[in-house]
Design a protein around this ligand. Structure first.
Ligand SMILES: Cc1cc2nc3c(=O)[nH]c(=O)nc-3n(C[C@H](O)[C@H](O)[C@H](O)COP(=O)(O)O)c2cc1C
Length: 319
């Protein structure tokens, strides 16, 4: 398979595993890269020295390309970047911040840079900052989301029409149908988070995975919309924040209610009621905890069937 994204990252399939806090450590990242996709370490939940160790452990498991996601809201984002550079990481995905801050610095060290954007406006900013590709992430996605709340279906074609760098679609993609749809919208690759968080190799707590497997399409909630929207499993914690917003509480009050370390409590420690169980709407599609190799194989083999179906439907339309 060959697209601008497989060429850019020198990978077999245009499938990126989102760099997820408390989920994307070396077993998951190496498994995705070994299966021909691009694994990304989720450095957002790591101390710099932990990241160094994770990079080294990933290299012990695969010789294929992998990268690091660095959320720019981290106060020590620069330190994480230094570690990535010292360890000769060649691919960095930045998110949750201004791409103008580090892109040219990373590029001057020979790094291929992607930035995650929730809107056309930020896609333009990222392109102007010099990124090699943008990840256009819709509001269906698990984790931290844009304030704009634009769905992947609406966002990807508008971003693809605006920027000249290749586009990676993210948010709500979980199988071959989603991958083909993203390509139809103008993407050259996809980034999947929730689907990979719900695999055997994911570092998430078994309780998190259990809730993800159980979840239906309506079991996630977008909350903390005034201070930085998060999509997560609809548990007591998420509902409490959502109701407080609905009741008109101020951003400060909401911030106080969210508190600290909720994602660690939920995803890492497995508190399914009081933790932040970040996951996307596509969790409803995931019914079984499979190994990454099987998930990738199903997507790749499924693409043939999806294309055949599309051809059939298109022919019916024409006739
Ligand atoms: C548990 C979880 C943690 C995440 N953490 C991060 C993160 O640290 N940095 C980031 O850029 N995106 C993060 N994301 C977003 C993913 O990288 C990806 O873009 C998103 O999950 C795609 O949407 P999907 O969940 O519908 O597949 C996270 C997503 C999940 C589900």
């Amino acid at each position: 398979m060959k697209t601008k994204i497989t060429d850019l990252f020198e990978i077999e399939y245009p499938i990126v595993q989102g760099g997820m806090i408390w989920v994307a450590s070396h077993p998951l990242v190496a498994a995705v890269s070994e299966a021909g996709g691009l694994g990304l370490l989720g450095s957002g939940s790591m101390y710099p020295e932990q990241l160094r160790e994770e990079i080294r452990k990933t290299r012990e498991l695969t010789r294929k390309p992998f990268g690091v996601n660095i959320p720019l809201l981290r106060a020590d984002a620069e330190k994480l970047m230094e570690v990535a550079l010292e360890e000769k990481v060649r691919i960095v995905f930045t998110s949750a911040g201004n791409p103008g801050r580090f892109t040219s610095f990373l590029k001057s060290h020979g790094v291929t840079v992607a930035h995650v954007v929730p809107s056309v406006k930020f896609a333009k900013k990222a392109e102007a900052a010099g990124v090699d590709t943008v990840v256009a992430e819709g509001t269906e996605a698990g984790g931290h989301n844009g304030f704009e709340e634009i769905t992947t279906l609406c966002l990807v074609p508008q971003v693809a029409d605006t920027v000249s760098v290749p586009v990676i679609a993210a948010g709500g993609i979980g199988d071959a149908r989603g991958v083909a749809a993203a390509m139809a919208l103008g993407a050259d690759g996809v980034q999947m988070g929730t689907r990979f968080a719900l695999t055997r190799e994911s570092a998430a707590h078994p309780n998190y995975k259990g809730k993800g497997i159980e979840a239906g399409e309506g079991d996630t909630l977008l909350f903390a919309r005034k201070i930085g929207p998060i999509r997560a499993y609809k548990n007591a914690f998420a509902l409490r924040i959502w109701q407080a917003e609905f009741a008109g509480k101020s951003p400060e009050e909401i911030r106080g209610l969210v508190g600290e370390r909720r994602a660690k409590l939920g995803i890492h420690e497995g508190d399914t009621e009081e933790g932040d169980l970040e996951m996307g709407q596509i969790a409803g599609l995931v019914k079984e905890l499979k190994p990454v190799g099987e998930v990738m194989e199903e997507i790749i083999s499924g693409l043939g069937r999806v294309t055949a179906r599309l051809n059939r439907v298109m022919n019916e339309i024409k006739n």
